[in-house]
Design a protein around this ligand. Structure first.
Ligand SMILES: [Zn+2]
Length: 61
């Protein structure tokens, strides 16, 4: 399964910071990116993978 990337670096509900390559969720009803914990109340959600742009540019040298 292909997971889309997101540049959002924290949960938009509880404010928890994501780690590079964390699997998080997009909740279309709120148009929010949320952590797995906060995504539990959403039955309509889709996974996203958080990619830290800083981490990425270092690795791509
Ligand atoms: Zn959260």
């Amino acid at each position: 399964m292909e997971i889309k990337e997101t540049p959002i670096s924290y949960c938009q509900v509880c404010g928890k910071d994501f780690e590079h390559l964390d699997v998080v969720y997009y909740a279309p009803i709120d148009n929010n990116i949320v952590c797995p914990e906060c995504s539990k109340i959403h039955k309509d959600r889709s996974p996203r993978i958080y990619v830290d742009p800083n981490r990425l540019s270092k690795n791509r040298r």
